[in-house]
Design a binder for this molecule. Structure first.
Ligand code: G3P
Ligand code: CA
Length: 313
């Protein structure tokens, strides 16, 4: 009897994508504690019990997919001192102007304002110290899949296609390169532990309809857009994507849910808002755990991005 129950549970898990609820997505790793997108931040997020680890993706000059939030390197690395004179006319250093070999020479630092040199989050990892490096997308997948093997857990990946149209203007196709890596590492269908996210709806349509991605897709939204603000918009995008990733401000005003989660659920979309930061809470909340409880139990989001996976777990 026991064996039958176990077999049934195994078959169900294989047949249906059973998601942990609420789903905890480590935003750039455990970036509340260690410089974002470093392997150390990813390891900590994994150990803190995140269900998915996020990878923001940008390209180098020689077409390597690196895990890095900005297309510029100014705010998270020592590029200005390591490669003086390599900035564009606007004063910024772009990853796409550097080869992977050059990017590997950079030290990753806690995020700072390059104009003032000041840390963006004063209470986080100390400014200007540490020997952290930028990773490629493949290196990070190998790392996560390795941990999945050694721990027996199943932690997923959550790559974001950053500025797809801009990369194409620069002569490179980020989505195509990402899909090649995903295929190589076994991410292909909606039961595989991967969500592909993007702010550009046109790129998500391209991924689904032209490039043949059959896995899960999430439309990010930074502000007001008819695609998530109206029921017709939600109905339309539900033909292409599996979920939405709005800013937390779209989920509730103070302690009053806006109704977005209910409207998205009505058309079958999951809702994974960003970003819960215990050191940057909205008005009405003074405690990260309280905010997490509100979002998951009262506003009923399906999961969320957080810089502090331990608080959520
Ligand atoms: O991808 C979810 C969230 O990370 C979106 O904002 O700017 O941090 O990539 P950003
Ligand atoms: Ca992101």
């Amino acid at each position: 009897m026991k064996a039958c129950t176990a077999l049934l549970a195994f078959c169900c898990a294989r047949l249906f994508a059973v998601e942990p609820a609420p789903t905890i997505i480590a935003h750039r790793g455990a970036s509340g504690y260690l410089p974002e997108h470093t392997m150390a931040a990813k390891a900590l997020a994994y150990a803190q019990g995140a269900d998915y680890l996020e990878q923001d993706l940008v390209l180098t000059k020689d077409g390597a997919l690196i895990v890095q939030h900005d297309v510029m390197l100014d705010s998270t690395t020592d590029v200005a001192t390591r490669f003086p004179g390599r900035q564009r006319a606007n004063g910024s250093f772009y990853a796409i102007d550097f080869t992977l070999a050059e990017v590997r020479q950079l030290r990753v630092l806690e995020r700072f304002n390059p104009k003032t040199g000041k840390a963006v989050y004063a209470g986080r990892f100390p400014a200007g110290v540490g020997e952290f490096r930028i990773n490629t997308f493949e290196e990070e997948i190998v790392f996560i899949q390795g941990l999945n093997k050694s721990t027996g857990r199943k932690v997923g990946i959550y790559p974001e296609v950053k500025l797809a149209a801009w990369h194409r203007q620069e002569g490179q196709d980020l989505s195509k390169k990402m899909l090649a890596v995903l295929a190589r590492y076994g991410y292909a269908t909606k039961t595989d532990l991967c969500y592909v996210q993007c702010f550009e709806y046109a790129e998500l349509q391209r991924l689904r309809n032209e490039l043949g991605w059959k896995g899960r897709l999430v439309l990010l939204a930074g502000g007001k857009t008819p695609l998530i603000d109206t029921d017709d918009g939600l109905k339309e995008i539900a033909k292409v994507v599996d979920g939405i990733g709005p800013a937390l401000s779209a989920i509730a005003e103070g302690r009053k849910p806006t109704g977005l989660v209910e409207r998205a659920h009505a058309v079958g979309l999951k809702v994974h808002p960003y970003t819960l930061r215990t050191d940057a809470l909205p008005k009405g909340f003074t405690d990260g755990k309280d905010y997490y409880r509100f979002l998951t139990q009262e506003a009923k989001v399906d999961g969320l991005f957080t810089d502090f996976p331990d608080i959520a777990r």
